[in-house]
Design a binder for this molecule. Structure first.
Ligand code: PLP
Length: 379
């Protein structure tokens, strides 16, 4: 079955009691048993919920995995993956990471005796020099946030293979429409479904997708033991969102390309970061592992000052100044003071995340209006 069909049909069945075509929101905490232990597969809603099950099955199908495990947020999903580890274990992570991921690694899990190394993995071979016998997990984001760097997933998988090291890929930016890390050898896919999967800026949600049965069992154990589960209404919203993922992503990609090319020609714009440019350092890898280049763009100004950036940030009307990304409406953000404020300045600058860097989540409005909005803000 092709992705466009899977997005609409995978995981969902008409409701057996009524025939409702949409999976109902099972807003219940418990399920009645006929006799002790005699039940319909559902005992208590932290452990299992039919709305959540439908979504978990849909997510497994669209990432070409076998098991989906959902959480109350993307970071709760990350938290569950980290709980696979034990004190003394080591993690190698790509250095250009979502700020909240960097924070949970360095401020929470480092206190539990897990050691983190951050490496620039634009050349995947760099990974080798960071691996030790204690390395248990490699964590990458690609495209990265907010620099839109590309990491070769298959090359990382090849290096991890046979060493007892799990490769986790945060696929939030690409979404399953553009990239399927499990097909490229990754062991774990993690999503902030708050972004493209939900797609309408109305829910916070996270998901983990794997192929391996034993790994899925461990993650489901953590989901139930630690309890960071999503509510059924949130699962419903994500389930509804993914039904239009392909249609939305197609437009995000078209609009993203048009905006990236417009910015690149603009006299006041410095660097434009978008992995679809032929001269992007890892464009070939992007072409190999992705089916399009998405709607996320970052850029700097020729006047590389905070002041100049603030003028642009407050000068747009269609691009709303807000954190987050991946919704139907366009957003503009300032990583240094917003999404990435939790990363120390020296760390940020090392990755090219300067004070004037502006990030766009290009929505699915009419692109001529979006370009007009940016034109006005830049002038
Ligand atoms: C937003 C985001 C997260 C965290 O997800 P939440 O749903 O906000 O907890 C993780 N990774 C990336 C790439 C993100 O953009």
């Amino acid at each position: 079955m092709k992705l466009g069909t899977k997005l609409i049909h995978a995981g969902v069945e008409p409701d057996p009691s009524t025939g409702a075509i949409m999976t109902p929101i099972f807003q219940t905490s418990t399920y009645v048993q006929a006799a002790p232990g005699d039940h319909k597969g559902y005992e208590y809603a932290r452990t299992q919920n039919p709305t959540r099950n439908a979504l978990q099955n849909a997510l497994a199908a669209i990432e070409n995995g076998k098991h989906g495990i959902c959480f109350g947020s993307g970071l709760a999903a990350t938290d569950a993956i980290m709980k696979l580890l034990s004190p003394g274990d080591e993690v190698v992570a790509s250095s250009d990471l979502y700020g909240g991921t960097f924070r949970i690694f360095t401020k929470v899990f480092a206190r539990y005796g897990i050691k983190f190394q951050f490496a620039d993995l634009q050349d995947a071979a760099q990974l080798k020099q960071h691996l030790t016998p204690a390395t248990k997990l490699i964590w990458i984001e690609t495209p990265t946030n907010p620099m839109l760097n590309i990491i070769d997933i298959a090359a990382c998988a090849a290096i991890a293979k046979g060493k007892g090291i799990l490769l986790a890929v945060d696929n939030t930016f690409a979404s399953p429409y553009l990239q399927n890390p499990l097909d490229l050898g990754a062991d774990i896919v993690v999503h902030s479904a708050t972004k493209y999967l939900g797609g309408h800026s109305d829910v916070v949600h996270g998901a983990v997708i794997v192929k391996d049965d034993a790994l899925a069992q461990q993650l489901a154990f953590i989901q139930n033991s630690c309890g960071a589960v999503p509510g059924p209404q949130d699962c419903f919203l994500v389930l509804r969102g993914i039904k239009t993922l392909h249609v939305r992503m197609q437009r995000h990609c078209e609009n993203g390309e048009a905006v990236a090319r417009f910015l690149r020609e603009h006299p006041k714009v410095g660097k434009v970061y978008w992995c679809g440019f032929e001269d992007h350092p890892n464009h070939d890898i992007a072409k190999k592992q992705m089916r399009g280049f998405g709607g996320m763009i970052s850029f700097t100004l020729k006047d590389d000052s905070m002041d100049a950036a603030l003028k642009v940030l407050s000068g747009t009307h269609l691009f709303s100044l807000a954190e987050s990304l991946g919704g139907v409406e366009s957003l503009i953000g300032h990583p240094a003071s917003m999404t990435h404020a939790s990363i120390p300045r020296e760390e940020r600058l090392k990755n090219g995340l300067t004070d004037s860097l502006i990030r766009l989540s290009v929505g699915i409005e009419d692109v001529s209006d979006l370009i007009e909005d940016l034109k006005k803000a830049l002038s």
